[in-house]
Design a protein around this ligand. Structure first.
Ligand code: RI2
Length: 314
């Protein structure tokens, strides 16, 4: 029996009511906690199987942000005990610990990323990343004045969320359509983006359009900074796996009304793209700032040589 909160959370993630890699990870851990709390399993094996089923349901929502399976793995690997009560308590504690770590990691990352931003700098953002915004918030807390050129980020316009947050912090914001990015790169000091996954070779998987922005930024001599806590490191890429790119519904690109007007066309809607490491200047994590080519060392330290799937059916 899955707890209702597991189903709701899974639907919210799939529909992007809950979105952003770190936020998805937090919601997944909370859903496992709800599963543990609500379970009426009377045997440890049943409790464990329910928890695995909950994790499978959550895992199968969106494929690209590795923070989701990393969160599930963290919680499931910490579940221990010989009784249902002990299993329940350890699951709840693990989920709480995970959330605390997530908050701490974002604060630490923000403090490090802020060091790259100077008083008076202008950043260009793409999509909405809480890790990237943590760097801006820490810079503002340090008393620096920051301005932002915010890319709208089609098709879902998460740039609006970024703009709203920055305005709440009184940061002057210029909103541009994605196609105007190159024109405004001359006015900015940094491109600042987040990541959904980082591969062992330092490639950055982030919102579609990031790679085009990074290539243009390199051509213009603007440094590209990726803010990504180590939860975004994709351990499967250590063993040669590639990161699956989510393809989303075509109506996000062309509404039914627009389609009626345009006619019968194929629509492709990849949610993410891959920016090769040579276009990235720094990956800022809670453990320091790294050139993309060296994140593999961090990944090995954190995840060893590979990963398990503790949610697999037994
Ligand atoms: O974890 P934080 O930094 O908040 O977000 C990381 C990334 O998650 C988002 O994906 P989506 O909007 O869920 O498709 C964006 O691509 C963003 O850069």
């Amino acid at each position: 029996m899955l707890a209702p909160e597991v189903e709701t959370t899974a639907e919210d993630i799939a529909e992007m009511e809950v979105r952003g890699a770190a936020t998805i990870a937090r919601a997944a851990a909370e859903a496992l906690e709800a599963q543990a709390r609500d379970s009426d399993a009377d045997a440890p094996a049943q409790f464990r199987e329910e928890l695995r089923a909950a994790a499978r349901r959550l895992r199968n929502t969106r494929p690209t942000a590795v923070s989701l399976p990393n969160a599930l793995r963290y919680v499931l690997n910490e579940v221990e005990g010989d009784t249902v009560a002990a299993l329940r308590a350890s699951t709840i504690e693990a989920a709480e610990r995970f959330r605390d770590q997530l908050d701490r990691a974002q604060d630490d990352l923000g403090a490090i990323g802020a060091n790259r931003l100077r008083d008076g700098d202008t950043i260009m953002t793409h999509c909405h990343s809480t890790d990237a915004l943590a760097c801006v918030e820490a810079a503002l807390d340090d008393g620096k004045e920051i301005e932002a050129v915010v890319k709208e980020t089609r098709p879902r316009k998460q740039g609006h969320i970024t703009a709203k947050q920055l305005r709440e912090w009184d940061v002057p914001v210029t909103m541009v359509v994605d196609n105007a990015a190159r024109r405004y790169l001359d006015d900015v000091d940094h491109v600042l983006v987040g990541a959904d996954s980082i591969a062992a070779d330092g490639s950055v998987v982030n919102k579609i359009g990031t790679s085009m922005l990074a290539v243009s930024a390199r051509e213009r001599g603007v440094p590209v900074m990726v803010a990504a806590q180590t939860l975004k490191l994709h351990p499967d890429t250590l063993t040669g796996h590639t990161v699956e790119i989510e393809m989303r519904d075509e109506t996000e690109v062309l509404s039914d009304e627009e389609r009626a007007e345009v006619g019968d066309v194929d629509v492709e809607n990849p949610a993410f793209d891959v920016t090769p490491p040579r276009y990235v200047d720094a990956i800022v994590t809670e453990r320091g700032q790294f050139p993309p080519e060296s994140v593999v060392t961090l990944m090995r330290e954190q995840y060893g040589e590979g990963t398990s799937e503790p949610w697999a059916e037994e």
